[in-house]
Design a protein. Sequence first.
Lengths: 234, 202
Amino acid sequence: MLTYEPDDTLAHRLDPRSKVAIQIGFAATALSHTAPRALAVLTLVMLMILATARVSLLQTLYAYRFAFVFLGGAPLLASITLGPPWVDLSAGVDSLLASYRVLLILLVSAAYIRSTRVRDSRAAIQRTIPGKPGQLLGIGVALVFRFLPVLRADVKTIRDAMAARLGTERAAHERAGTVALLGLERAFDRADRLSLALQARCFAWNPTLPPLSFSRLDAPALGIAIVLALSALL
Amino acid sequence: METDQRQVELVDATVASQFARAALLTVLLGAAAQIAIPIPGPSPPITLQVLFVFLAGLILGPIWGSFSMILYLTAGAIGVPIFANFGSGIGILFGQSGGYLWSYPLAAALIGLLVHRDYRSHGLRDPATASISLVVAALVAGTILIYGMGAAYMAMLLELTAWQAITAAVIPFIPGEIVKIIAAVALVRSGRLPTVGHQSGR
């Protein structure tokens, strides 16, 4: 599983907003090119981005291994035709190149995850998205991060209790419904206590945000993001 | 550092309550994305993500339901491992399952709008008071939206024909989606779903 790791790489020192801009620029250009030469250049860019965050390529490929089923299967599916000659290699190759660019986009996003703390992302969201939606999304992201282990444990408790009572023998819709209902009851119970606690602690639309500022390093990073985005038009 | 002299603008109690519930529904969706329940036949096991998209629209209504889903996409994008298989990252939003993920806020809003049609004047209703045919129609519409966007994006991204995308990204999941619609309808009919009306509590 990919996660933030404390370090002092170039990527760690960049502002999260610059890193998001680079990812979006990279995705924009990757989604508009499937020519082998363009993909070769993008592969080099991807390797450089991973190097700036000291991301292990193998570990990242392993973390995204579930995506390979579709990305590997799509070219096979694309090469099958419903009549003679039954196999269309050129359609398969087109789909293979298209799948490869998706892999590049996935790998680039690993650099952001490894180099960015959730609280920095939260601060970036609250500074970038204007008004109340931005405030709620920022606080919401922090709460999701905080409560994920808690609700995972709740869901595990529910599933263990179901298994102990032979709930695993029941029909799929009953099992799904039981997990959903009991999970919701626990989650909303926690939510009610959380909203009380938030209000008791002066839950405001204009809180003091965690510190965040652009540094000199961010200027070239934003420049790269713009170049990447513009290269989508080539 | 400068001292901030602005007045504190407190969040209204109703908003705080709805927000906390929407946020925890997001977390529950993230926790449930890892659960796989086997179903009979050759279909892949079902995950509960879409069931919680249904419940977001049914319980939280169009506004907070879609907010909850937007929060899911945002939190996953910045690295909280809440997508399927503990995945996270902006790349997944642009990846082969991106179409499904982007459809979640729209599907929750659609289901919420259909079931809570009078929410502006009367607040959110208890889904148990809605007719079953309305609930089923809303859930089927939401499912069609999710799979329509999912398959269309996949076809465009991976250069597949429409039929190839439907074969890979829709047909194998139909039995699982029927199971989830049945589960959601059974939950609504049981009357045990929590409600978040403007005036009433649970």
